[in-house]
Design a protein around this ligand. Structure first.
Ligand code: LLP
Length: 430
């Protein structure tokens, strides 16, 4: 995060957070453009410029909006989308079609049609049934599509159960049973409507150990070898997914090099041994690109000190703008943005305003003494915060402000109550 403290107040990318809270209201998501750009350039430096024939497709699910698509496009990355909505956002942003890749375990016909009409770069196909659907759409439209197969590598990445995706028992990817994977590969190789490029895997999210990626890679390289032997077909692309962990509290973040250098070394070694051209290598980072670039600002409201038990400090948002603590027991760091130099010697539990006991944002965190009206900041909320926001209890989704070198601009406006009910019928019933 690009931040500093001046006169007891937190500044993000040159902007006074108390003034941002006043100007745009709270809760408020604040993203530093310089911090996002810095992450994109890290990817350039440690991966894209270091190894030729590579791509980094930012996983839009972490945080997607038109402004974000424009930053990603300007920084030269590709975009990984997983729904018609994310694709539509990218199209509206004018994101170059050939740099879009489409993932998902149940892509709808309409979503695939939109993708094929726009002429996106890749579809990561989740099974033979989907391949057949893509072929039928391409046949009708007289188009072809470049595809990869997502396989289930059978690796347990030991992250939270809800965000591990590579285990054999998974709704994602094609299981590596001979009678499932090879007929699917053969159909793709022989198809006149798709170009079979290669294999994709994603082992899980918020990882700090490269073992899962490397184990999955071995499985995939064996598959590449088998495809060569069975069909005399050279796989030309490998997508190793995302999942690079970030620091929320005290996790020790690993560099991109830590994950990617051994992957690249192994792929280079394998290609030389097999005497094939090294396949293109694609990664799909989401969280690591935006998590640290974002903070959320809240206003402190009701404070309840349950003697000898716990002090609850309520804020004007909660699980509706950040579901991660309730859903994954995710831990965060916070502070009082107007009391940054005061000692954080009070143990408080920051809770939201939803009618749900699990609506706790930070359990037993260390803060300066909180009073109603203080601006409470939670750090590292840039990934999977806004993107997983909901209207539970009919709370409006907060605004998103982009800040850069002391300037601020609202990139998503706050929902109004009118917005929330705008699709509801006001007609008399029956
Ligand atoms: N590629 C694929 C195919 C994925 O399924 C995912 C994440 C990514 C890339 C990006 O992973 P990342 O680099 O962001 O870890 N809502 C959860 C995370 C779910 C991730 C799902 N897939 C959370 O808030 O922790």
């Amino acid at each position: 995060m690009i931040s500093e403290i001046k006169n007891n107040v937190l500044y993000v990318d040159g902007c006074n957070t108390i003034e941002l809270a006043e100007k745009y209201g709270t809760p408020l998501y604040v993203y530093s453009e310089n911090a996002i750009v810095k992450e994109c350039r890290k990817l350039q430096e440690c991966f894209l410029n270091k190894y030729e024939n590579t791509r980094a497709a930012y996983a839009a699910k972490a945080f997607s909006c038109i402004a974000m698509c424009r930053i990603i496009e300007r920084e030269g990355l590709c975009l990984d989308v997983v729904s018609g909505g994310e694709l539509f956002t990218a199209i509206r942003a004018g994101f170059p079609a050939e740099r879009i890749e489409f993932n998902g375990n149940n892509k709808l016909k309409e979503e695939l049609e939109l993708a094929i009409d726009y002429g996106i770069g890749r579809i990561i196909v989740d099974g033979l049934q989907e391949l057949n659907l893509i072929e039928s759409i391409c046949r009708q439209k007289n188009k072809t599509m470049d595809v990869l197969y997502r396989i289930t590598p059978g690796v347990d990445s030991h992250t939270h159960n809800y965000i591990t995706t590579g285990k054999k028992d998974s709704k994602f990817g094609i299981p590596l049973d001979d009678d499932v994977i090879y007929p699917a590969v053969e159909a793709a190789i022989n198809s006149s409507y798709v170009n079979f490029k290669g294999i994709h895997f994603h082992v899980g999210s918020q990882l700090f150990d490269n073992k899962s990626h490397l184990l999955a890679l071995e499985t995939v390289l064996q598959l590449v070898k088998n495809i060569k032997e069975r069909f005399n077909y050279d796989v030309t692309e490998l997508n190793v997914g995302g999942g690079f962990g970030v620091t929320y509290t005290d996790e020790k973040q690993k560099s991109y090099e830590y994950f990617l250098d051994p992957i690249m070394e192994r792929i280079i070694e394998f290609s030389q041994k097999m005497n094939i051209k090294r396949p293109a290598v694609v990664i799909e980072p989401g969280r690591s690109v935006v998590a640290e670039a974002g903070v959320t600002l809240y206003k402190v409201g009701s404070i309840k000190d349950i003697k000898g038990i716990r002090k609850y400090v309520s804020v004007d948002g909660g699980m509706t703008d950040n579901i991660r603590p309730a859903l994954y027991q995710a831990a965060y760091r916070g502070a009082l943005a107007n009391k940054m130099n005061e000692p954080a010697d009070h143990t408080i539990t920051v809770c939201g305003k939803c009618c749900e006991s699990g609506d706790i944002l930070i359990k037993d965190g260390q803060f300066a003494e909180a009073q109603a009206g203080d601006i409470l900041v939670i750090f590292t909320t840039g990934a999977y915060g806004y993107s997983m926001a909901s209207n539970y209890n009919k709370n409006p989704v907060p605004a998103v402000v982009l800040v850069k070198d002391g300037k601020s601009t609202e990139i998503i406006r706050r929902q109004s109550y009118e917005d929330i009910i705008s699709r509801e019928s006001t007609e008399e019933l029956w």
